[in-house]
Design a protein around this ligand. Structure first.
Ligand SMILES: [Zn+2]
Length: 283
């Protein structure tokens, strides 16, 4: 364990099993200083200098309690996930999409309500956007790639000098419809296929979320198919004319992998109490 990470053990309730060692004994619940958790995440997610949208504001967006025992993770910092984090008395809400996408705006109306709810209840908010799409272990793209039988070997999805996604070869070649079924099973929701590629698919690229702008790059890389969350109307013609299958598997559905995996990682490594809040948008 990293000596820089300071813990304090506190007595837990009698029904609290030891989640760290998986023993059926009653043990302690870990408490971690928020500052230590932030340092760890900064390093693990390589946040420093990572290019992103200016409004993504990766890292701690709203300060909460100085010590963290319980974390809830979610794709979006919506009013619904904030309310649920408060209801569960979580110390930190960790999300992929943070609070400030609208940019510099007065803190009125729903912006005010979201912030007020967090601050009055001492719940911190931590956001990690593109670094969590791109991460090799807990990233949305790598995990979705593995979930569809793709060994992620090359990078794709170039954004401001970094590659967000992964590409590789399927362990077994499939028809486009078989790939659709596989992606459907992986994301647990409907998948739309824009046909344009070969009858048999071997090489696939994955960029989660709104990755429609990477279709040309995927085609130029010689890939048979490209999986992303959502795109634009003109992507239909991109698929047909670049000669690549494009699968839209849902923005939300392709981006649950990262926060869930990061939550599991923190629970395992630090013994924190972590839960994922599933609030699908259907988009
Ligand atoms: Zn997204």
């Amino acid at each position: 364990m990293d000596p820089a990470l300071r813990f304090r053990d506190v007595a837990a309730g009698p029904s609290e099993p030891d989640s760290v060692q998986g023993l059926h004994t009653f043990s302690t619940r870990r408490v971690m200083k928020l500052e230590s958790l932030l340092q760890y995440l900064e390093h693990y997610l390589s946040l420093s200098g990572y290019p992103d949208y200016p409004t993504a504001l990766n890292g701690l967006q709203v300060e909460g309690r100085p010590e963290v025992t319980s974390i809830v993770t979610a794709v979006d910092a919506s009013q619904a996930t904030i309310d649920e984090a408060v209801r569960r008395q979580a110390d930190l809400l960790l999300v992929h999409h943070g609070l400030f996408w609208d940019g510099l705006r007065p803190l009125t109306g729903r912006s005010y309500r979201r912030l007020k709810e967090l601050i009055l209840n001492g719940v911190g908010l931590y956001a990690c956007h593109l670094p969590l799409d791109a991460h090799p272990e807990v990233g949305n793209c790598a995990l979705l790639a593995r979930a569809i039988g793709l060994e992620p070997t090359s990078r794709i999805g170039s954004y401001k000098g970094v590659d967000l996604g992964w590409s590789g070869t399927l362990r077994d070649a499939v028809t486009p419809m078989a790939l659709v079924e596989r992606v459907t099973a992986a994301v647990g929701g409907p998948v739309r296929l824009l046909e344009g590629g070969p009858d048999i698919v071997r090489s696939v690229g994955v960029v989660t979320g709104g990755g429609g702008s990477f279709i040309a790059e995927a085609a130029a890389a010689g890939l048979d198919a490209f999986v992303t969350g959502e795109g634009a109307h003109h992507n239909y013609f991109d698929a047909a004319e670049y000669g690549i299958h494009v699968l839209f598997a849902g923005h939300y559905a392709t981006e649950t992998f990262g926060v869930r995996a990061l939550g599991d990682h923190l629970a395992e490594r630090f013994g924190l109490d972590v839960a994922f809040l599933d609030r699908p948008t259907g988009l």
